[in-house]
Ligand binder design. Structure first.
Ligand code: CAA
Length: 257
């Protein structure tokens, strides 16, 4: 597929998606949605890919949903089309995906980063949910995911005042997993993804599924779910190989079987 708003590459076992609408600070319009979903689905179906990274430019990961595209939409159109529901397909992707965020991650940009499994931020990153300043509110998951990431007080602060949070504050409150110098962002994210992609894919996918389950269920159910997934991994050659390699003091050779 030829892409117009993103660049799609592979780096070894890692799929790399770069948002590429520099003139609009990577604002997320319907074409970006279509292309990003196609790219993650393509990597999802590609047996040679074990993890993905999504990134933007040094100035902007994404400055939000495309305001100019959205401004004329009526309530009926938004409701009947279930505007933004398409992003749920992105959030459901089963292979790990890391958001490498430099510059602005605002509105839908912050929400897109939070749909990923974790966020690595450049030291110039700025996160925010400024929808309130436009007379609306978050619509791609911000009120729900941000609250789960940072707690009620800070999520309310961000959603009600529309203020931005810098990378240091984002790391302090658990929105991002690490902060790195801007010049090292992509390398750091690709290295993390390559590390993940070298592990056994089924165990990586189950670990992702289990952590995500923590957001949706009770502790007792989550613990039971985790244990059942853990048990099922003993059916894999990779479990035998991983543990044998440890005992024999060598590197494991995982086959994803
Ligand atoms: N949608 C459409 N175009 C956007 C955009 C957006 N979200 N963000 C920036 N742009 C465009 C600007 O209109 C401008 O285009 P022109 O050159 O044609 O005028 C270009 O990108 C560069 O932007 P600025 O000149 O504004 O750049 P700046 O450096 O002065 O400011 C900024 C940067 C603070 C990020 C500012 O662009 C800004 O405030 N952008 C909007 C942020 C925002 O409100 N995001 C939330 C969108 S709503 C949403 O996301 C809903 C949801 O929940 C999903």
């Amino acid at each position: 597929m030829a892409y117009e708003t993103i660049i799609v590459e592979t780096r070894g076992k890692v799929g790399l998606i770069t948002l590429n609408r520099p003139k609009a600070l990577n604002a997320l319009n319907s074409e970006v949605l279509k292309e990003v979903v196609a790219a993650v689905n393509g990597f999802g179906a590609n047996p040679d890919i074990g993890a993905m990274v999504i990134t933007g430019s040094e100035k902007a990961f994404a400055a939000g949903a495309d305001i100019k595209e959205m401004q004329a939409i009526s309530f009926v159109d938004a409701y009947v089309q279930d505007f933004f529901v398409g992003w749920e397909e992105f959030a459901r992707t089963r292979k790990p995906i890391i958001a490498a965020v430099a510059g602005y991650a605002l509105g839908g940009g912050c929400e897109l980063a939070m749909m990923c499994d974790f966020i690595i931020a450049a030291d110039n990153a700025k996160f925010g949910q400024p929808e309130i300043t436009l007379g609306v509110m978050p619509g791609m998951g911000g009120s729900q995911r941000l609250t789960r990431f940072v707690g009620k007080s800070k999520a309310m602060d961000m959603c009600l005042t529309g203020r931005m949070m810098d990378a240091a504050e984002a790391e302090r409150c658990g929105l991002v997993s690490r902060v790195v110098p801007a010049g090292e962002l992509l390398e750091e994210a690709l290295m993390a993804a390559a590390k993940i992609a070298d592990f056994s894919l089924p165990s990586v996918m189950m670990a992702k599924e289990a952590v995500n389950r923590a957001y949706e269920t009770t502790l007792a159910e989550g613990l039971r779910f985790e244990r059942r997934l853990f048990h099922s991994l003993f059916a894999l050659d990779d479990q035998k190989e991983g543990m044998a390699a440890f005992a024999e003091k060598r590197k494991p050779n995982f086959t994803n079987r």
